[in-house]
Design a protein. Structure first.
Length: 117
């Protein structure tokens, strides 16, 4: 499975971004999907996850969704803060959803989000 993130960029505090992750090479509907982020000098941390049927788990202010017809998962980020600055990674796990970084089977290369004050 290949995952390609897009939608990152620079935004001022209070702004919004929507990240997309396009999947290919597998049966998308078989995978639980997640978003993680890694800020400079910090560990990669869980942001949000969505299971195969659309149930979600979110840490914080963001919203995760998926479109199985488009093989794409989204992360809607509103009211962004400087502390949200990080590289955001999309990840896939065959089967059940997980918020554990080490449980994910596939990773994208990430997209950078920079929030300025």
């Amino acid at each position: 499975v290949q995952l390609v993130e897009s939608g990152g960029g620079s935004v001022q505090a209070g702004g919004s971004l929507r990240l997309s992750c396009a999947a290919s090479g597998g049966t998308f509907s078989s995978y639980a999907m997640g978003w993680f982020r890694q800020a400079p000098g910090k560990e990669r941390e869980f942001v949000a996850a969505i299971n195969r049927s659309g149930g979600t788990s979110v840490k914080g202010r963001f919203t995760i969704s998926r479109d199985n017809a488009k093989n794409t998962v989204y992360l809607q980020m509103n009211s962004l803060k400087p502390e949200d600055t990080a590289v955001y990674y999309c990840a896939a796990r065959l089967g059940f959803v997980s918020s554990e970084r080490d449980a994910m089977d596939y990773w994208g290369k990430g997209t950078l989000v920079t929030v300025s004050s």
